[in-house]
Write a protein that binds this ligand. Sequence first.
Ligand code: CTP
Ligand code: MG
Length: 224
Amino acid sequence: MVVAAGSGSRLGAAVPKAFVPLAGVPLLGHALRGVLSCAAVSEVVLVVPAAQVDTAGAIAEAVCREVGARGVVTVVVGGAERGDSVAAGLGALSDGVEVVLVHDAARCLTPVAVFDRVVAAVEAGAVAVVPGTPVVDTVKQVDPDGVVVATPDRSTLRAVQTPQGFRRDVLVRAHATSSDATDDAGLVERLGEPVLVVDGDPRALKVTTSADLETAARLLGVTS
Ligand code: CTP
Ligand code: MG
């Protein structure tokens, strides 16, 4: 599942973020190229804003043609919050699917190797798997007045990315209880199920601001 239904308020472009061009291709096109290049992916549910359904279908068709994808892409309309969009996507999955990857379109340059690592860990028996990278800054926990209450040991911290992989039944159960977490693994944690972190990749950065778009352009070897 690729969630692309956000407005991109922090990026502030004229079109929703997933439809903003990067080196001439919408972020969604880059993201789909990665997803459809993962051999384990049998189908893709694309979650987009209501006004972008036709555009998203055309982008998906072009990428499928480019990579010679075997899978089928279904486009559905997302909701107000990211969790609502994931829930909408879950409703559109085919019956036989047992493993679901949830991926942010905004992490448009995620290498296929990250998808492969997540899939491999789920296939090896983990119920929930997230890619993560070590945290480089020291992180402080603060109270509402900004006073530090704790400094967690940095070596135990990971900044997590997508795709996040789940046994379908676990993800459905997690979303049935609530959808108000910043990532899907957070909902699974609340069920008391274990979540495994595998190696992420700096190229899986989330395009959030225009500076991130410039970083992504640099990674592609172009200037934005
Ligand atoms: N997303 C979604 N539906 C929403 C909100 C977010 O499908 N209602 C998706 C975005 O399209 C993005 C991913 O979730 O691919 C991560 O969200 P974020 O980076 O926060 O994107 P936006 O919500 O679009 O950006 P902003 O928060 O700046 O408005
Ligand atoms: Mg958002």
